[in-house]
Write a protein that binds this ligand. Structure first.
Ligand SMILES: NC(=O)C1=CN([C@@H]2O[C@H](COP(=O)(O)OP(=O)(O)OC[C@H]3O[C@@H](n4cnc5c(N)ncnc54)[C@H](OP(=O)(O)O)[C@@H]3O)[C@@H](O)[C@H]2O)C=CC1
Ligand SMILES: O=C1O[C@H](COP(=O)(O)O)[C@@H](O)[C@H](O)[C@H]1O
Length: 489
């Protein structure tokens, strides 16, 4: 059994405490960490939202959320009660000045003033600036405070800058934790281990040996209950500008000097700054956008995006981009990135295709080696090798896959990425959070694509729900003789 270290006592204030994210992800994640012994007895979790609720009424909601969103085998009545005993609730419109803030102030007054305070913003990002202003006005920001910002940090460069400026007026950068839950995924962090702890892989990690890289995050779900948010966002803003660019950075970055936050962030920033700009003109050849139409997933008919929405919309539910990292290491290596709602399968993975061996020894050319890093599901690593075809008398090649699962001890499922990240904020470890300059560099690259799409420089394609996406995305790769790796292959 892995040993988990307890963190120091803390006050975790969640703004947006009645919302979907808090109920579905944050409270279950904190419960799991308590179950594993990481949360000390005197830690407090304080929910804040405008809805008038007594502490008891909030605790009842939290209990329901744990029962709904956690598997029953991790819920024990004693532990649930211990967790709920740490909860408090304040009715607070956090964007306004009012005496409602007194309740929060008096809760803080009951603990040591130097205790770690984490302010988690699980509300609309437009509120972040005013919440910070009020935290400052009511004297609640201490040297030991941190603020965790949920995505999206803006919808473009201007809005991202406004949010970062608003928060930055009251919190220094080292106290700001911009969350990207993909960085909390074990197998995403494993990119660093695989690359830099294995000379075998590290030595081949460049354009000399690598032909192309694919990064996919596909989901079978549609926009669920989040259509109001999603329709203002779309696939590029929702997944590529943040999660998938972060994954790309880990794949493409030079070795950082250490695993210290700034060393890793500097290395990622260098990749973002080296991304070849996509212009309104090149967007037509380098990007594909599409919306799903009605189809079948898991044997069930599902409606198309526009039917689900009930209104016309120019928002993409699929995006594919051919990106280029203009550094000597990645000269002329395409990075194909794609994301989709209502895809055939739920899969997030990185696929690295190596250049084939240049030998005529075996008659037919050997197949390319291919390394698949499965982020989810079935977390693991797969390597396609050429071996002798044992069935033939003549020396002929065929391919065999080395396939290893990456598992927790005892075969337990991986913890949800929020579990790790929520406590990293308490520990004051920002390495898996995004620095301001990274967010802005990502917007600098993404914004021209969004502009080209807004100005209809790239036609909106369609794909049936339950398919792998539009034909145009297949062509994007075919131009280089590549094909998308589908998880079933
Ligand atoms: N849900 C998800 O899966 C994900 C969400 N996010 C992000 O997390 C944030 C929250 O999302 P989600 O939970 O889905 O949104 P919800 O709309 O479900 O919840 C919003 C929460 O904010 C509260 N709230 C709104 N205005 C105020 C205010 N002035 N003061 C205090 N509380 C306020 C609401 O409660 P009340 O009305 O009682 O005030 C509610 O608790 C968003 O930034 C979203 O983009 C990011 C990734 C995934
Ligand atoms: O941030 C988001 O991520 C989820 C997908 O996360 P995953 O961990 O299930 O891969 C996506 O559904 C959501 O639209 C997006 O906002």
């Amino acid at each position: 059994m892995e040993h988990f270290q307890q963190v120091e006592p803390f006050d975790y204030v969640i703004f947006g405490a009645t919302g979907d994210l808090t109920m579905r992800k944050l409270l279950p994640a904190l419960y799991n960490r308590l179950r594993l012994g990481q949360i000390p007895d005197d830690a407090r979790i304080i929910g804040a939202a405008r809805t008038e609720l007594s502490r008891e009424a909030y605790v009842a909601r939290a209990r329901e959320a744990l029962e709904r969103f956690l598997p029953s085998d991790v819920l024990s009545p004693g532990l649930v009660d211990r967790f709920l005993a740490r909860l408090d609730y304040v009715t607070l419109d956090s964007s306004r000045q009012s005496e409602q803030w007194d309740s929060l102030t008096s809760l803080f007054a009951k603990a040591q003033p130097d205790r770690v305070r984490v302010f988690y913003f699980a509300t609309a990002p437009q509120l972040y600036g005013s919440i910070c202003e009020n935290l400052h006005r009511y004297g609640l920001i201490t040297a030991n405070s941190r603020v965790v910002l949920e995505k999206p940090i803006g919808t473009d460069m201007a809005t991202a800058t406004a949010i970062n400026d608003g928060v930055g007026q009251y919190f220094p950068e080292k106290q700001i934790y911009r969350i990207d839950h993909y960085l909390g995924k074990e197998t995403v962090q494993n990119v660093l281990a695989l690359r830099f702890a294995n000379p075998l892989i590290n030595a081949a990690w460049s354009a000399e040996h690598i032909e192309s890289v694919q990064i996919t995050a596909a989901e079978t779900v549609g926009v669920e209950g989040r259509a109001a948010y999603y329709d203002t966002s779309g696939a590029l803003r929702d997944m590529i500008q943040n999660h998938l660019l972060q994954v790309l950075c880990l794949v493409a970055m030079e070795a950082p000097d250490s695993l210290e936050a700034d060393a890793v962030r500097n290395a990622k920033l260098a990749v973002l700054n080296a991304l070849r700009p996509i212009t309104e003109a090149s967007a037509a050849t380098e990007t594909v956008r599409a919306q799903y139409t009605a189809g079948v997933i898991g044997g069930e008919n599902v409606p198309g995006y526009l039917e689900e929405l009930g209104t016309p919309s120019a928002t993409e539910t699929y995006a594919a981009v051919r990106a280029w990292v203009d550094t000597p290491r990645w000269k002329n290596v395409p990075f194909y990135i794609r994301t989709a709602k209502r895809s055939a399968r739920k899969v997030s993975e990185i696929v690295v295709t190596f250049r084939p061996a240049a030998t005529a020894m075996f008659g037919a050319a050997p197949a390319s080696n291919r390394l698949v890093l499965r982020i989810q599901p079935n977390e693991g690593v797969e390597l396609r090798l050429n071996v002798k075809n044992p069935a033939l008398d003549v020396f002929n090649l065929h391919t065999a896959d080395l396939d290893t699962s990456i598992r927790m001890e005892g075969g337990m499922p991986f913890p949800d990425s929020y579990e790790r990240l929520l406590l990293d904020a308490v520990r004051g470890d920002p390495v898996l959070f995004i620095r301001r300059d990274e967010v802005e560099a990502a917007w600098r690259w993404a914004e021209p694509v969004l502009d080209a799409w807004k100005h209809n420089k790239v036609p909106m394609q369609t794909y049936s729900a339950g398919s792998y996406g539009p034909e145009q995305a297949t062509r994007l790769l075919a131009e280089h003789g590549d094909t998308w790796h589908e998880a079933s292959e």
